[in-house]
Ligand binder design. Sequence first.
Ligand code: GLA
Length: 726
Amino acid sequence: MIKFSPENKTFYLNTKNSSYIINILDNGLLCHKYYGASVAEDNMEYYNLFAKHEYTPNMILNGYTFSKDNLPQEYPVFGRGDFRSPAVCVERPDGRCVNDLIYKSHEITAGVPKIEGLPYFNKNTEGTATLKIVLTDCVSGFESALFYSVFENEDAITRHTVITNTTDKSLKLRSADSLSVDFEAKEFDFLTLRGAWARERHINRRSLSYGTTSIESRRGSSGHQHNPFAALISRNTTEESGEAYGFALVYSGNFRISAEVDQFSSTRLQMGINPNGFTYVLSPGESFTTPQAVSVYSNSGLCGMSHSFHNMCKNHLGRSAEKAVKHPIIINSWEAMYFDITEKRIENLVRSCRGLGIDTFVLDDGWFGCRKSDNSSLGDWYIDKNKFPNGLKNIISICKENGMSFGIWFEPEMISENSELYRRHPDWCIHTPGCAPIESRSQLVLDMARSEVVDCIYNQLAALLNEYDITYVKWDMNRNITDNGSASLSADAQGEHAHRYILGVYSLMDRLTKAFPDVLFEGCAGGGGRFDFGILYYMPQIWTSDDTDAVERLKIQYGTSMVYPVSAMTAHVSACPNHQTGRITPFKTRGDIAQICNFGYELDASKLSSDETEQIKEQIKLHRKIEPMIYNGDFYRLISPFESDCCCWQIAAQDKKNSAVVFATQKATPNSGGFYIKLRGLDPESIYTVSPMNIKLHGKTLMNAGLPITKEYFDFNTAIFELTAE
Ligand code: GLA
């Protein structure tokens, strides 16, 4: 799957359906030859010939004239003839930023190399191979080692770069992308996931044109606004057909993804740490490792691209790839009671869950320090004895008596000014000396770049997890980071802070998840403000959004599924009128839309009507049937809520024996008649019983003629169809 031809000086990286080809020119430049649907291992020497242009510096090689300004390259630099965006920029001790990388050596090994301190695709790597190409810079004296690991079955290639200072003086890294890919065409749509708090990951598709189109985060986390993902897709690509190149970062901090269409109509796609505010001092011999990026190629539309991403996550990404992890059905106290909790109120809530079939009760915010609202106690991770005079022992045993285990909420990266921790260590929050730090939700951010801070939080959390029988942790992060800088860094290293913060967070996640392997950790950042492969390496599921409105969730979950599997998303049934939108939807609708995710409830079970109690039991029964498909099946988007008044998605078991289809109406059209939805992922020759209609149809009938939707649907109505093969 990775081959090197010494005659052609060419590397061929092959996946099941794609080829990625790299070539070393005779002058040592590392040239990108091709990325796309599978091609043969031919000599592609002639594929560079268009790289000659007037009014750009040209070079002559073997009788051909080339311009670096139009030469497709693997890891381009600035200052020696390529005027497009560089992948890396290193400043020399004399302040100059001129770089020139040429090939030095390469190595092909089995498996994937370990990436220290960063999350990466590390599981089930039998059959993968890695190409390492070392480039050396004769102008500034650094080396870039480019790593490409090929995951053949998933049509995916992961990439990261290690930059090493090979001089005896300090160098300053000004930018270092994880991935750079040159395409000779510009006829792409740029598809990204945009959003805001409570409105995450809506699909944003626009055509590329001349100039640079980019998305980024400067918020200290990947953010609600743009997900660290972008796809370059053909203008006619649909769910089922057409080409799609998908790129995602395995990183949770500031990032930038850009697509530059240049004067010659070629496109350069780059992704990595956001260079805005970033610098990194490299002492002699020191290395910097970029976060990992993953690229996938599909010639079967967006669905193929998503399946590659989903399979990479479910099969190869840290905790997300651990099949033994059990994802419980939970009930969470947040929307039920917010901060207004006491042992008695929680006890009532827990007791009223008896017999419903819920696995775990999760005590959300408000249980620690002396937290009565969001303006105190973050950092004081000990139990508020006024609210819980018996510690947590009593509540945990009541949970057990009622058939549930116990989970708890933390916000480990934060500190309130009104807290014991702040009074002891006022300098531990991120702040600019001499300047009051900016508050957000009345809270400050702990400087996770400092190891003593990480140790203190580790010790507090570990003490609780050791003392109590806690099976589930919701790890929140409720603000963006301002005032970047750290007392632990020298003046010229302050530009490292945002990255070192994330490294500190990863180290804490790593220690806790390793020390407590039986605890299920769920990620959260004001809902889905840090929904990325970085977090999914440590935590196999993330609270998708603080917006629990079922109709809003259609777009949020549909958009999220572009990159992330449904096994990574958590969705809960909450009370109505909905707390975020005021909308009233049927209880069944809320259940149906949350079903194909990590399922649960976010309401006061003691206030349920008997009809709702019965519906919960039915929903949980159904979820138990669907559950195996969520973790092992394939997800299909059938009708987009962005393009229609309806929405439809489907999950199908890999052996094609079972499937479930969720159909939802956002806004009904009166007098509109019925229609058919063409299903996917079925065995054409098998006969399926479709309930609730109880009809029998062949897979090929359901996939080609479609599933008939005959009933009239009203606003916010839903239906779930279950398919079982004979
Ligand atoms: C964030 C989370 C919510 C809840 C609150 C608690 O907003 O996303 O689910 O945990 O914090 O303060």
